[in-house]
Design a protein around this ligand. Structure first.
Ligand code: FMN
Length: 413
């Protein structure tokens, strides 16, 4: 590895293996991935990229209305943007018993096509990120079992209509690794439109929509569903079994019912029940009340899921999955730089910072911060609190040594 501080990423990591590009379900089956939930208005490009720097292996777009997206260019422009850099690159250890022919940290020297798994070699429309420009941002050094894996991006859509969903899938497919169908949005307007939670009790429609996408995109093209548990668990069973008939690639379960607010504790029993309904035919991801790494470990242990998804926990602390208890200063700095680079409208920029700063500020500071009206003002105020937001070419993690090289920031807030 070059010790030249001006070396490019390509020079610094020339001896790293090419990261493997897997489908979301392969990633979930083979490893223990951490997932950023779909978040209306919030899981946009700068925030997705940010979480990918901190051990979030799979990210979702916000829920997009399939019909508008497939019909209008203006909707496509406002609802979706991506970059070649947004998915992370990670050192990951396969689960015990999931032996693969995938090259590991120690035995890989080249990138022979023959080493690739079928999923990776599969649909050529998988977006190929130029991996040499990204670092493997893991806080721990790889072991001899670690494999370098590129993260996944999933587009979430809401639709009551199979054809619109297939149209949207076709349009977005060059840029994402799969599609997720929202079956959990509890808002009244959505229910009245026949989308989100309205689908929880329409298993045949869910099956038809998934099939329609697969008929268009190919039977193996990744389509998942994100559900809430039903107060009548028999209906959850029926929904999951019917979706399996349509060959969903994985299942995400939010352990609250349609009528439960997010202040209610999540039901691990409900999630476990849905996982059992899937009978091991597809990998499962559990969602609800993950606020720190220990919650994720417990979620996996109790429910038997392979993947864990956080929403509000990541909004409050985008470095949650990297083991931080509260948002570290370098995460704030990264967010500011990503938002300025990509462009993020002030209300969203401000809202994200308010979530991240919540546990750092006293009441009077929150009132002050919340009254700000410009990006420049917010950035200046944060800089005055000791966060180094200078944009330098700087590694976040030195993955080879497992050393965090930017924790020297003085965080005065
Ligand atoms: C601001 C916000 C926006 C959300 N938008 C979506 C969405 O677009 N699609 C979706 O399936 N769920 C959405 N949800 C629900 C979350 O994905 C997640 O299921 C829920 O918040 C429970 O997870 P948590 O306990 O980790 O917050 C949203 C939640 C929040 C707080």
């Amino acid at each position: 590895m070059s010790s030249d501080p001006d070396a490019s990423d390509a020079q610094l990591f020339a001896d790293l293996p090419e990261p493997l590009v897997l489908s979301p379900s392969e990633l979930i089956k083979t490893y223990h991935p951490n997932v950023l939930a779909p978040l209306v208005r919030c899981s946009k490009l700068p925030f997705r990229h940010l979480t990918s720097l901190y051990e979030t292996h799979i990210t979702h777009t916000p829920m997009i209305l399939a019909e508008e997206f497939s019909r209008a260019q203006v909707a496509r422009i406002s609802d979706f943007s991506t970059s070649t850099e947004e998915r992370g690159v990670f050192w990951m250890e396969p689960k015990v018993g999931r032996s693969t022919a995938i090259p590991t940290a120690t035995n890989h020297t080249s990138h022979p096509e023959g080493d690739r798994t079928q999923a990776q070699a599969g649909p050529s429309r998988y977006y190929q990120s130029p991996s040499h420009t990204r670092l493997p941002p893991t806080p721990t050094a790889p072991t001899k079992h670690s494999q370098l894996i590129r993260g996944c991006l999933i587009a979430q859509f809401a639709s009551p209509n199979p054809t619109s969903l297939a149209d949207a899938a076709e349009l977005i497919s060059p840029y994402v690794d799969g599609l997720d169908l929202n079956c959990g949005c509890p808002q009244r307007w959505a229910y009245n439109e026949g989308i989100g939670c309205a689908l929880l009790r329409k298993p045949e429609l869910v099956r038809d929509m998934v099939r329609c996408v697969k008929d268009r995109m190919g039977w193996d093209w990744p389509v998942s569903i994100k559900i809430r548990v039903d107060p009548d668990l028999k209906l959850t069973d029926q929904l999951v079994r019917t979706a399996l008939q349509a060959n969903i690639s994985h299942l995400t379960i939010h352990g609250r019912t349609r009528h439960q607010p997010s202040t209610d504790p999540v039901s691990l029993e409900g999630i476990k029940f849905a996982v059992e309904c899937a009978k091991g035919e597809v990998p499962c991801v559990a969602n609800g009340d993950l606020w720190e790494l220990e919650d994720a470990r417990r979620m996996r242990e109790v429910t038997g899921v392979e993947g864990v998804m956080a929403a509000r926990g990541l909004l409050a602390n985008p470095a949650l999955f990297a083991g931080y208890k509260v948002t570290p200063s370098h995460c704030i700095s990264q967010f500011i730089n990503l938002s300025l680079d990509y462009g993020l409208i002030f209300p969203l920029f401000h809202r994200h910072l308010a979530y991240m700063l919540e546990s750092h500020l006293v009441r009077s500071e929150k009132v002050w911060f919340n009254s700000m009206t410009s990006t420049v003002g917010a950035v200046d105020w944060i800089a005055s609190r000791g966060v180094d937001i200078k944009k330098e070419r700087r590694t976040i993690w030195d993955a080879r040594r497992g050393r965090n090289v930017v924790d020297q920031y003085q965080w005065k807030i």
